[in-house]
Write a protein that binds this ligand. Structure first.
Ligand SMILES: [Zn+2]
Length: 326
């Protein structure tokens, strides 16, 4: 092993990992500790609120809908609403920089045209509307989805079964019986480009063996396992390929319901892949030219730009891959 100058190493990382986007929301992890801060914000009349119910948010043609928090909270009084502090915006968007934003959640959606919702608003899932969201809308939709999914499924103490109470702006649930504190959870999953000895990329897919969609391989990290161990295990299980090295490239929150996707690129000396037939029903090696040609001819489809899978594939490719225009 030759010694690498630290500056050279830093340059290498800058050149190879996925770009780090700027922060979009200041979550105010100290600010939200203050008891009653959400009620104060609502009554201040300065806060905006996004509304989520059953994994859908209220959107309009312009993007995520932001209600006036005070009026909306009042209008939803009979609807069993709950609140979470999402933070203050940091970038110019449809909201002024520094706007405090709350999440209101409902067990059942209310109709557009009622409770201060515009008549032309609609309830929509993230995938349906992601293409028309700016960076602020995207970050808030993802944050709101993650925290609302957690609240929806963690209402009772895992130790004694008592209903828990919400604290810290909606970021902690506490058991009134045994005083235990419970924090939002995220499930780590690895997602990997596997590159063979000849530089080709291994992609796979599930479902019917003649399906056209191909993507990176992925799987959940198990308790007691490092990320690297998960990469080696999952790739071995899914396509029977032995990973010899892997490098972390970047991550993406994917809280539908609770995943954090940790992107890696891995190398293997193997040239034959054997899909497990369960999670992965087909796999295929692609050179750069073959992949671009297969996408442009409509022979295969690959993940959209919403996903880190596409970023990982294009990291290997070395640039943008053109999609077949419909
Ligand atoms: Zn308890």
């Amino acid at each position: 092993m030759s010694y690498t100058e630290p500056s050279a190493l830093a340059n290498h990382l800058t050149d190879t990992v996925l770009p780090v986007p700027p922060a979009v929301v200041d979550r105010g992890s100290a600010v939200r500790m203050k008891p009653g801060m959400v009620s104060e914000l609502i009554s201040s009349g300065t806060a905006k609120a996004v509304l989520i119910s059953q994994r859908k948010a209220v959107v309009t043609a312009g993007g995520l809908w932001f209600g006036e928090a005070a009026e909306l909270w009042e209008a939803l009084a009979a609807a069993g609403r709950e609140s979470v502090y999402l933070g203050r915006t940091l970038l110019p968007s449809s909201l002024a920089v520094g706007t405090p934003v709350l999440l209101f959640t409902l067990a059942e959606p209310v109709s557009p045209g009622t409770a201060t919702l515009p008549a032309d608003a609609e309830w929509a899932g993230f995938r349906e509307v992601a293409g028309r969201l700016d960076a602020t809308d995207t970050a808030l939709f993802i944050e709101a989805s993650a925290i609302s999914n957690w609240h929806a499924t963690h209402r009772h103490c895992p130790l004694c079964g008592s209903p828990t109470e919400v604290e810290s702006g909606g970021w902690v649930r506490r058991c009134p019986q045994d005083n235990s504190e419970h924090y939002p959870r995220t499930d780590p999953a690895i997602i990997v480009t596997v590159v063979g000895p000849d530089g080709r990329l291994l992609l796979g897919g599930g479902g019917p063996v003649d399906a056209k969609n191909y993507s990176t391989l992925a799987g959940f990290v198990e308790p007691g396992e490092s990320l690297e161990q998960a990469v080696v295990r999952e790739i071995g299980e899914e396509v029977g390929v032995r990973v010899t090295a892997c490098q972390y490239l970047g991550s993406q929150s994917w809280p539908f319901p609770a995943s954090l996707m940790l992107g890696f690129t891995a190398t293997t000396e193997d040239t034959v892949a054997k899909p497990d037939g369960v999670e992965v029903t087909r796999s295929r090696w692609f050179s750069r030219e073959e992949l671009q040609a297969a996408v442009l001819s409509g022979e295969i489809t690959i993940s959209t730009r919403l996903s880190i899978a596409r970023s990982l594939i294009e990291h290997w490719y070395g640039g943008f891959i053109e999609d077949l225009q419909p």
